[in-house]
Design a protein around this ligand. Structure first.
Ligand SMILES: *Cc1c(COP(=O)(O)O)cnc(C)c1O
Length: 496
C-alpha cells in the first residue's frame, strides 16, 4: 500500500515517507491509496485480543514496511500500564441498554489526544530510520490546550527528537497551563505567547515557512516537524478504538457480530470522526457517524447544506477543544467521497483560503449524508446534559462529551433511530473542573487545583493521578514572548 496526496492523486510514497513528511509538498494531506477490508472473521479474531494486540492487527494493515514485532513493541510501550490507568486502555462503559461511552482519556494527559500522541513518536522515529533521515526532528506545536500537553508527554525524552510548545498566555485553563509548565524531560521546551491561539498558531506557521531559519537549523542537524492531526501517523491509531469498541459491544451482548451501531463524536478538527469513517469504510458495521459541534457549528451547516463557510463569529466555549472554524481533516473526507478527485479538492481548499467559503457538488453532499448525521449544542444544553447524566446515572462526563451526548439524544428524538450508539468520550471531567462543577450545581469559585479536590469531594469520583499530582510540582517554564519573538525562542532552544 502506498500513500497519495489529497491534492495530487499521482503522488505515491511509502507509509514511512508519509509519516516523516507530515504534510505533502503541494499542501495536501496524505491518505492510503487503498482501504484495507475487515470482515466478521477479523472481528471474531479480535474479540479475545488486548487493546495493544487489536492495535497491531489494524495498524499493520496500513503500514507496509513495518514489521509485526516492531508494531508490537510500539503498542506495548505506547499503551503500557505505566502510561494508561486502565488495563483496557480505551474501555467502553455501558450507560443503559443502548447507550455506551468510549472513554479515550485514561492516558497521561487525560484527553483523547493521548491515544495518537503516545504512538506518533514511535512511528516518527522509526520512519526517520526507514527513510534514511539523519537529522533530528524538532516538533513545533501551537496549542489551545490539550494537544500541547499530549505532544509533550508523547515526545518526552524520545531519542532524536526535541519538542517546543507555544500556548496563548490567557487562552488555556489553569490545569492545562500547569500541566505544560511543569513538564519533565530533557528535550522539551514550553513558552507562552501574548495574544490568543491564532497568534501562537500564526507564529508557528511563520517559523515553518522561514527558509533562512530552516537552512540554519538544517546546518545544525535539525528539521522542523509537526505533531498536529494532519499527520497520518496521528490519524491511524484512532481507527483502532472504533473497531475495539465494536468488539466491546459484542462482549456486552449489546450486538451480534455484524449488527450495525452508531457513533456520536464531539468534533473540532474532524480527525477523530474521520478515523471512524475509515473504520466504516474498512467494513466495520457502522450505520451513522454523528458529528457533534458546540456553538461553533460550521460543520453542522456543512453536513446539512454542503456549504462550508468560515465567515462567521468565533465563540469561546466551555468545550474549547472544539472551538474551531477550519476543520483540516475534512479535506481527507472530500478526497474520499469525490472519487479521489484531487483537482476538485485542491480547488475547494483554495477557495477556503481566499474566500473562506466553498460549496460541494450535490453528489458529494449526498455521499457525505449517506454516512454522516450532525447536530450542535449550546452552552446551557452542555451544562444541563452533564447535570442530568450525573443525577440520573451517577456518571460524570466532561463538556466535550456532553456536547456529543446531547446531540445523540436530539438525533434519536428526531429520527426514532434506536440502534445501539457509542458516544466517544474525549476528556476526563477533571480537565474542565470549573464548568463541570457549575453543571452539577456547585460553586466553582476557586483556582484549578482546589477545584480538582472539590469536584472529587462533591461527586465521589476519584481524580486521575496525573491531575491531582500537579499540586506541588515545580514550574520549569515561565517565559512569555510576543509573537515576533517566537523565532528566537526556537533558535535558542535548538542552537545554544
Ligand atoms: C481535540 C479534541 C476534540 C476534537 O477532536 P478532533 O479530532 O479535532 O475533531 C474533542 N474533545 C477533546 C477533549 C479534544 O481534546
Amino acid at each position: 500500500m502506498k500513500y497519495q496526496s489529497t491534492r495530487n492523486r499521482e503522488t505515491s510514497i511509502t507509509a514511512a515517507e508519509a509519516i516523516a513528511l507530515g504534510l505533502a509538498r503541494d499542501g495536501g494531506l496524505f491518505v492510503p491509496d487503498t482501504i484495507p477490508a475487515i470482515g466478521p472473521e477479523d472481528i471474531e479474531r479480535m474479540l479475545s485480543m488486548t487493546y495493544q494486540e487489536r492495535s497491531v492487527y489494524i495498524m499493520g494493515m496500513f503500514l507496509e514496511g513495518f514489521g509485526k514485532e516492531e508494531l508490537t513493541h510500539f503498542a506495548e510501550n505506547a499503551y503500557s500500564d505505566k502510561r494508561f490507568d486502565d488495563p483496557r486502555v480505551a474501555p467502553t462503559k455501558k450507560l443503559n441498554e443502548d447507550t455506551f461511552f468510549l472513554e479515550l482519556w485514561h492516558g497521561p494527559t487525560c484527553a483523547f489526544k493521548d491515544m495518537a500522541l503516545q504512538m506518533l513518536p514511535y512511528f516518527l522515529t522509526a520512519s526517520l530510520d526507514k527513510t534514511g533521515e539523519t537529522r533530528q526532528a524538532c516538533i513545533l506545536v501551537a496549542t489551545s490546550g490539550d494537544t500541547g500537553k499530549a505532544a509533550l508527554e508523547g515526545f518526552c525524552d524520545v531519542p532524536r527528537t526535541k519538542i517546543m510548545v507555544f500556548y496563548p498566555r490567557d487562552g488555556v485553563s489553569d490545569v492545562q497551563k500547569l500541566q505544560m509548565t511543569t513538564q519533565a524531560g530533557g528535550n522539551v521546551g514550553v513558552c507562552s505567547v501574548h495574544g490568543n491561539f491564532d497568534d501562537a498558531q500564526a507564529g508557528v506557521k511563520d517559523i515553518f515557512s522561514d527558509e533562512e531559519l530552516r537552512e540554519k537549523l538544517s546546518g545544525a542537524g535539525y528539521f522542523l516537524s509537526s505533531a498536529n492531526s494532519i499527520n497520518w501517523g496521528r490519524l491511524l491509531p484512532q481507527i483502532v478504538y472504533y473497531i475495539s469498541s465494536y468488539c466491546d459491544l459484542i462482549g456486552f451482548g449489546a450486538v451480534k457480530n455484524g449488527d450495525p451501531i452508531n457513533f456520536c463524536v464531539p468534533t473540532g478538527n474532524f480527525g477523530d470522526i474521520l478515523a471512524g469513517y475509515y473504520a466504516k469504510r474498512m467494513g466495520l458495521p457502522v450505520s451513522r457517524l454523528i458529528c457533534a459541534s458546540n456553538k461553533n457549528d460550521v460543520l453542522t451547516e456543512f453536513i446539512n447544506t454542503g456549504v462550508y463557510d468560515r465567515n462567521r463569529p468565533f465563540y469561546t466555549t466551555i468545550s474549547p477543544s472544539m472551538d474551531i472554524l477550519v476543520s483540516s481533516n475534512l479535506e481527507r473526507l472530500l478526497f474520499e467521497v469525490s472519487g479521489k478527485d484531487s483537482g476538485l479538492v485542491a480547488g475547494y481548499m483554495k477557495k477556503l483560503n481566499t474566500e473562506g467559503r466553498y460549496e460541494v457538488t450535490p453528489e458529494i453532499r449526498s455521499q457525505i449524508q449517506a454516512d454522516f448525521r450532525c447536530g450542535c449544542c449550546d452552552e446551557d444544553q452542555t451544562r444541563a446534559t452533564i447535570g442530568e447524566t450525573f443525577r440520573e446515572h451517577g456518571y460524570l462526563i466532561d463538556t466535550h462529551t456532553a456536547v456529543a451526548y446531547h446531540v445523540l439524544k436530539e438525533y434519536r428524538r428526531a429520527t426514532g433511530d434506536t440502534l445501539p450508539a457509542v458516544v466517544v468520550s474525549t476528556a476526563s471531567p477533571y480537565k474542565f473542573c470549573a464548568a463541570v462543577m457549575e453543571a452539577i450545581g456547585k460553586n466553582a469559585d476557586a483556582d484549578g487545583l482546589t477545584l480538582i479536590d472539590e469536584l472529587a469531594e462533591a461527586t465521589g469520583v476519584p481524580a486521575p493521578a496525573p491531575l491531582s499530582g500537579l499540586r506541588g510540582r515545580e514550574v520549569r517554564f515561565s517565559d512569555c514572548v510576543e509573537k515576533e519573538g517566537m523565532r528566537n525562542v526556537v533558535e535558542n532552544f535548538l542552537i545554544r
